[in-house]
Design a protein around this ligand. Structure first.
Ligand SMILES: C[S@@+](CC[C@H](N)C(=O)[O-])C[C@H]1O[C@@H](n2cnc3c(N)ncnc32)[C@H](O)[C@@H]1O
Length: 216
C-alpha cells in the first residue's frame, strides 16, 4: 500500500512543502482564482450574521483575491498566510487590510478579539494532527457568539509523494465531513449550517465541505 505524506513527513516538513509550493504558484493561482457563486453565497451569509465594521480574521488568505477583498467591504480584515509571496500580494491587492506572514497553527492573537473567522481552501493543507488544536485556538480568539466560516475538504484523505497542485509538489491532509463537524463542536461551537458543495475549478468538479458555526 503506498505511504501517505503523513506516514513519512513531520508536520513541519509537510507545511514547508505547502509554503514553498504557494510561493511558486502565487502568480498563476491569483490570476485564475475567481469568486464563484458558491464563494459569494458563503461570504454573504457570514456578512449577514456579523456586525458591519467588525474585525475578521482570514486564515490562509492567499493573494487576497477574491475573498479577502470582498470581505473587506464589510469587515476590518486581518489576513494571515505563511507564504511570503502570497502575503505580499495580499498587501498590494487589499491595501485597506492588515496582513501578517504567520502559520495559522501558531497564531498569536488576543483572546475574544475577532467578530468572525473565515478560511477558504486553506485548512485542507493543515496536518490532521494539528486540526483539533487549530479549531481550539480559533474558538479562543473569537468573541462570544462570533462566527466561523470554513471551506474545507470533505473526504478522509491524505496526499502521497508525487501529488501536485498546478505542477508544484503539494500536501493535503483531511478528515471526512462528519469527523470535521465533530471536532468543531468539540472545540466549543454550535453548528449553524454544514453542507457539501460542488464547484468547477480548472475544468474539474471539486467537492468541499462548508461549515458555518457560532462560538458558544
Ligand atoms: C488554495 S490557497 C487558498 C487561498 C484563498 N483562501 C482562496 O480562497 O483563494 C491556500 C492558502 O493557504 C495557505 N496556507 C496553507 N497552510 C497554511 C498555514 N498552516 N498557515 C498559513 N497559511 C497557510 C497557503 O500558503 C495558500 O496561500
Amino acid at each position: 500500500m503506498p505511504k501517505t505524506h503523513d506516514d513519512i513527513l513531520k508536520a513541519e516538513e509537510a507545511k514547508k512543502m505547502v509554503e514553498d509550493g504557494y510561493d511558486q504558484l502565487s502568480d498563476e493561482y491569483t490570476r485564475i482564482r475567481r469568486l464563484s457563486t458558491r464563494d459569494r453565497k458563503y461570504i454573504d451569509l457570514l456578512m449577514e450574521r456579523s456586525p458591519k465594521g467588525g474585525r475578521l480574521l482570514d486564515l490562509g488568505c492567499g493573494g487576497g483575491i477574491p475573498s479577502t477583498k470582498e470581505l473587506a467591504r464589510h469587515f476590518k480584515v486581518v489576513g494571515i498566510d505563511f507564504s511570503h509571496n502570497q502575503i505580499e500580494r495580499a498587501r498590494k491587492n487589499v491595501p485597506e487590510g492588515e496582513f501578517h506572514r504567520m502559520d495559522m497553527t501558531r497564531m498569536s492573537f488576543k483572546k475574544n478579539s475577532f467578530d468572525a473567522v473565515f478560511s477558504l481552501l486553506a485548512i485542507i493543507h493543515v496536518p490532521r494532527e494539528e486540526k483539533a488544536g487549530l479549531f481550539a485556538s480559533i474558538q479562543e480568539i473569537l468573541k462570544p457568539n462570533g462566527h466561523l466560516l470554513i471551506g474545507i475538504g470533505c473526504d478522509d484523505w491524505v496526499s502521497e509523494p508525487g501529488d501536485d497542485f498546478m505542477d508544484q509538489p503539494m500536501y493535503w491532509s483531511q478528515f471526512g465531513a462528519k469527523k470535521t463537524e465533530a471536532m468543531i463542536i468539540e472545540a466549543g461551537f454550535e453548528i449553524i449550517q454544514a453542507t457539501i458543495e460542488e464547484c468547477m475549478f480548472r475544468g474539474e468538479l471539486e467537492r468541499h465541505f462548508f461549515v458555518l458555526a457560532k462560538k458558544i
